[in-house]
Design a protein around this ligand. Structure first.
Ligand code: SF4
Length: 269
């Protein structure tokens, strides 16, 4: 387990599962989602996607341990107060995590948007110190080419960008807002980027696995207006390492805990 000031590994059941594949260890950064830090918005599509309420509710549950939520808010406030200082802290943290992974004999994977949706590929330059001196980089991905980064995103326009080869993005689907749902599907079709879909239960999700239709079967009338044909739905719960998924699939997840009762449209029946 690695515990830094911004990222940490070992605290998430799914990444531990992923780590069991032996090759990678994942460290995740958890910020205060949406506008919870009261200093800015780290989730620009949260309102359109309709995910903010459910996410804050979840964050509220973490808030049962008030220290956790306060730490996330403090980190997010540091991000808004002084971006350069925040990036310097992040570089230091990833450097330490990378060294930890080298010592452990595993490859480092980092998920920066555990509970945020920041566009790290643009507007986030950083510096990294080497024996030869300080080098400037356009992004954290360029600064650490031997670290695998990955995230889920609701900011679908990111899918049209030329992303760094060590940054893997998966679109996050929601039917809470039909306009948003249609835009994500269009993006997935146009770019081939994978799309994560959260199903109501394991049974519903498993029914979709490796079937020909991620949005219901036309023969029983359960065809969503947002139906998209993707030949393969893969089990997204087996591991969190989305960068190992084949391209052009639906990543099928199922709800756990209070999200089972979600009625916003984020969870698909
Ligand atoms: S974009 Fe992601 S992190 Fe942000 S509010 Fe929505 S679900 Fe939560």
């Amino acid at each position: 387990m690695y515990k830094g000031t911004l990222i940490r590994s070992g605290g998430n059941a799914k990444t531990i599962k992923g780590d069991k594949f032996g090759q990678y260890e994942t460290a995740i950064m958890y910020l205060a989602p949406a506008e919870q830090s009261l200093m800015g918005n780290v989730c620009p599509m949260a309102k359109q996607a309709g995910c903010e309420k459910a996410c804050l509710f979840k964050a509220g549950r973490a808030g049962m341990f008030n220290s956790i939520i306060q730490a996330r808010i403090a980190k997010t406030q540091r991000y808004f107060r002084d971006r350069a200082a925040f990036m310097a802290e992040l570089v230091k943290d990833i450097e330490r995590f990378r060294n930890y992974c080298i010592r452990k004999g595993v490859e480092p994977a980092v998920r920066l948007n555990g509970t945020s949706d920041i566009q790290w590929e643009i507007g986030h330059p950083c510096e990294r110190k080497f024996v030869s001196g300080v080098h400037k980089f356009a992004s954290i991905f360029e600064a650490f080419p031997d670290v695998q980064f990955y995230d889920y995103t609701k900011v679908y326009k990111r899918a049209y960008r030329q992303l760094p080869s060590n940054y893997s993005l998966t679109l996050s689907y929601s039917e809470a807002n039909p306009t948003y749902a249609a835009a994500v599907i269009k993006t997935a079709c146009e770019t081939g980027m994978n799309m994560a879909v959260v199903y109501r239960s394991k049974a519903v999700r498993d029914n979709m696995l490796y079937s020909g239709d991620a949005f219901g079967d036309a023969s029983n009338g359960v065809v969503s207006t947002t139906r998209i044909i993707r030949p393969v739905v893969v089990d997204g719960d087996e591991t969190d390492m989305r960068f190992t998924d084949p391209r052009g699939v639906i990543v099928g997840l199922y709800t756990k805990g209070p999200a089972k009762k979600d009625t916003t449209g984020f969870v698909i029946d």
